[in-house]
Design a binder for this molecule. Structure first.
Ligand code: G3H
Length: 255
């Protein structure tokens, strides 16, 4: 496949800086320099600096879980792109359904963050996904299209290869319920065809679309075998070195 598989661990609100450093060390030892898979870990903001030092010189890349789309100033509790770059973060997770649900993030706000991250040399991982109610009401493709196009409003064709999309059905996150490979592939293919309609086939073929939602070693092989699934955004299974390494190994095999 021409797209490089990407396995990204979203640690969410887990791991102290010390625990994060331990986990990062184990992951860095597993990932080789000539790795066929791109590996990213996204610790909490307070662990970024320490984890960054641990993975320095390894092939593991650093991601953040959020940013605020302003350069600096009176935004209590927020973190700027410059701060993320200062700790050598390369990626930033944006529009995660937990942020949409618990912190009221809208497509317009997520879009501001996506554009701001690109302007500031950070690669956004734009998360989209439907709830169970929306899936049962047969709104899956429409909801994902709205979140996708809303998040990408005003993003140029030139910037698109830096953007990663993560399809995360909300009903599968942290629940142990996984979309079947066919269910996930259907949405991934629809996302790619929306990208092709907006940016052209050649650009759409370059964009990586990750699956997220109870991905684990037991189901990764069959998900990663699907044509339009280019990796995973992993929550629970990214908190343990063995299971995260097994997921990287699955992506190596799928390559
Ligand atoms: O960002 C990661 C996703 O929300 C998936 O989380 P999970 O693997 O715990 O279901």
């Amino acid at each position: 496949m021409s797209r490089k598989y990407l396995i990204a661990g979203n640690w969410k609100m887990n791991k102290t800086p010390a625990d994060g450093a331990d986990l990062a060390k184990e992951i860095a030892a597993f990932v080789t320099k000539d790795e066929s898979v791109e590996v990213v870990i996204c610790p909490t903001a307070v662990a970024l600096d320490r984890v960054s030092s641990v993975i320095e010189g390894s092939a593991v890349k650093l991601g953040a879980q959020n940013l605020y789309p302003k350069a600096s100033g009176a935004y209590t509790g927020e973190i700027s792109a410059e701060m993320l770059r200062a700790v050598f973060a390369k990626y930033v997770v944006l529009g995660h359904s937990e942020r949409r649900e618990y912190f009221g993030e809208t497509d317009a706000f997520v879009n501001e963050k996506v554009k701001f991250s690109l302007e500031n040399n950070l690669n956004p991982i734009l998360c989209i996904g439907e709830t169970l109610e929306q899936r049962e009401a047969d709104e899956t493709l429409e909801v994902n299209k709205t979140q996708l196009l809303g998040g990408l409003e005003g993003v140029s064709e030139e910037d698109m290869p830096k953007v990663v999309i993560a399809y995360e059905p909300v009903w599968a996150i942290g629940t142990g319920k996984t979309a079947t490979p066919e269910m996930a592939q259907e949405v991934h293919a629809a996302i790619r065809s929306e990208l092709a309609a907006k940016y052209g086939e050649a650009v759409a073929e370059k964009v990586r679309i990750l699956y997220g939602g109870s991905m684990k070693p037991a189901n990764a092989d069959e998900l990663l075998a699907m044509k339009d699934i280019d990796g995973g955004l992993i929550g629970g299974a990214a908190l343990d070195a063995k299971s995260f390494s097994d997921l990287i190994a699955s992506a190596r095999k799928a390559d």
